[in-house]
Design a protein around this ligand. Structure first.
Ligand code: F6R
Length: 560
């Protein structure tokens, strides 16, 4: 979504001069524009269900993030009064509602924003909307729950749900708060309280990320770039960000109870943290997938600490869980990558991941950054923060080695042996168990091979029934207390004709393929992640998929 003055020149790093708003082969010349990428939450993936949605006259175009939970109640009276609906979406209701409100609002400079706010007040659910009026050339927006960021560039004003989309133009942003509305009209930009209509003074923040950090910089895709950025991210964390690990350790040290929550890869990082804290610091924490947290939140008591992990800081399940915990008297620590995101702002203590923009839908560098911070936090809890930082530096060196030509090519050859398979099993024990879950997630979400991670000890409790001759099984076998047991599980797979891919410091005669990773003790969890990322990457390429944009997935999961 955006509003820009016409024909002004800007220069993005590494690009030639170009004129904003100037005609391109794809787009007509305009000083204003509106666009959206969104997976359908209501109705099929059809052109009619795609955004933007228009009102009856075609005067208003609207894009929307979120779910209007009362859309059925709103739709019926609109249909009765003659509004024509073309889609099955909840979104289309909003544009017709604004059309209706517009007709009842006195004409004037604030007519569109007033009508937008009136309609917005009737929406239930977590939503962000932006509306373009083609008559007046005005653009309005409003939000509650879903993210919305306003960018202030010398060349115009723009809105997006994620500020990395604006970085090419500006680092000066306003994080629009819940129940606020924005009006972009010509050169002016105004912010309002959507409930009272009162005008507010916007707070402008300069974010740290640079536009250059979002460029491919010679890499073929963002997944490769972000996998390769891991050593630098880890070294940066070890050098300076350990300070945040110390603060987190201090918060955990005097907490009567600690919960760690996250979704997807962030949940896997939370599970890994559970082992690291137990084994290094003898500290017990309860790990809950954020989407399951509502059903367990009664256990959260006054003074408990909830550590919420999220790359985007906008995952709705994580935000709602953190808010619910805070309402029960918990203190919230957030380990989050995107500065200024909702989670970043709501936390009592923010621990930045410092991973820089992560554009590929898959979590890679943000995952290992979380593990690094947990490793340092666990060491800080026993007064040995520096030892944690040293391990993180060692992990950075080892990942650099793994990413070099030889080891990477070896993983590509393994991918060539695997890519026609439809199933992959991954086993690990102890901290290797969450890493097995993460390795399986990486493979399945980008290559669409059905991959499942298991605790090695669970094989005999059912999973082994699935092993047939040739079934591939990735075995995470670091040289720690889990080694003998995980190898005994691996041998059972082998005995049933399974194909073993061992990830371990030394080869083993049972391995059909071996991915050597250094023996790094408690940092094994960090160094076991990148080989699985690389494996998933090559499997995706070999199966003809775009590694940056897997089907059906979004980078920020802002709806339930
Ligand atoms: C997996 C992946 C997802 C995210 C999950 C949480 O590669 O990217 O599983 O980890 O959607 O996202 P954040 O960390 O933004 O809360």
């Amino acid at each position: 979504m955006g509003h820009r003055r016409r024909s002004r020149t800007t220069r993005a790093r590494g690009q030639e001069d170009r004129k904003i708003g100037e005609a391109t082969p794809e787009l007509p010349a305009s000083g204003i524009g509106l666009g959206h990428t969104r997976w359908a939450t209501h109705g099929g993936v059809t052109t009619h269900n795609a955004h933007p949605h228009l009102d009856c006259s075609g005067r208003l175009a609207l894009v929307h993030n979120g779910i209007v939970s009362n859309y059925r109640e709103l739709r019926e009276p609109l249909v009765r009064s003659g509004h024509r609906f073309l889609s099955e979406t909840d979104t289309e209701v909003v544009v017709h509602l604004i059309e209706e409100c517009l007709a009842q609002t006195p004409a004037g400079a604030e007519q569109l924003v007033t009508a937008t706010m009136t309609a917005f007040r009737r929406l239930e659910g977590l939503n962000a909307i932006a509306v373009l009026d083609v008559h007046s050339g005005q653009l309005t927006a409003a939000k509650s729950g879903s993210p919305l960021v306003l960018g202030w560039s010398d060349h115009g004003r723009m809105l997006a749900s994620d500020y990395s989309a604006l970085l090419e133009h500006t680092r000066r942003v306003t994080f629009v708060e819940d129940r606020q509305a924005v009006l972009l009209a010509g050169e002016t930009c105004r912010v309002f309280d959507a409930d009272t209509g009162r005008e507010l003074t916007p707070r402008i923040t300069e974010v740290e990320w640079e536009a250059a950090a979002t460029e491919l910089s010679g890499y073929p895709d963002y997944m490769t770039k972000e996998i390769h950025e891991q050593p630098a991210v880890l070294r940066r964390l070890a050098a300076g960000w350990g300070g945040h690990a110390r603060q987190l350790a201090a918060m955990l040290a005097d907490a009567p109870d600690v919960f760690v929550i996250g979704c997807g890869s962030a949940w896997h990082a939370a599970l890994a943290a559970q082992y690291l804290l137990a084994r290094i610091a003898g500290r017990r924490v309860t790990v809950v997938s954020a989407s399951e947290f509502p059903y367990l939140r009664d256990f959260v008591t006054e003074g408990a600490v909830v550590v919420a992990l999220s790359q985007s800081g906008e995952t709705i399940d994580v935000i709602e869980a953190a808010r619910a915990a805070r309402d029960r008297g918990a203190r919230i620590a957030a380990m989050v990558n995107v500065e200024g995101s909702t989670l970043w702002r709501l936390a009592d203590l923010t621990v930045p991941l410092g991973a820089g923009p992560e554009r590929c839908v898959l979590a890679t560098k943000s995952f290992t950054a979380k593990l690094a911070i947990w490793l340092m936090t666990a060491h800080a809890l026993i007064g040995r923060a520096e030892a944690g930082a040293t391990l993180v530096r060692d992990a950075a060196d080892e990942i650099e080695r793994l990413l070099a030509g030889g080891p990477r090519d070896a993983i590509r050859q393994i991918a060539e042996a695997l890519y026609r398979h439809e199933h992959l099993f991954v086993i690990g024990r102890g901290p290797g168990y969450p890493l097995a879950l993460e390795a399986a997630l990486k493979v399945k979400e980008v290559s669409y091979i059905h991959a499942e991670g298991f605790a090695g000890g669970d094989l005999k409790h059912g999973v082994i029934a699935l092993i047939a001759p040739g079934s591939p099984c990735l075995v995470l076998a670091p040289r720690d207390e889990t080694y003998d047991d995980i190898m005994s599980g691996a041998m059972q797979v082998k005995a049933r004709g399974g194909m073993l891919i061992g990830m371990s410091p030394e080869p083993h005669e049972a391995f059909d393929y071996h991915i050597p990773v250094a023996d790094l003790g408690p940092a094994a969890a960090i160094v076991n992640a990148p080989p699985a990322q690389i494996l998933g990457y090559y499997l995706a390429l070999l199966r003809g998929h775009d590694p940056d944009k897997p089907r059906n997935l979004a980078k920020s999961v802002t709806v339930k």
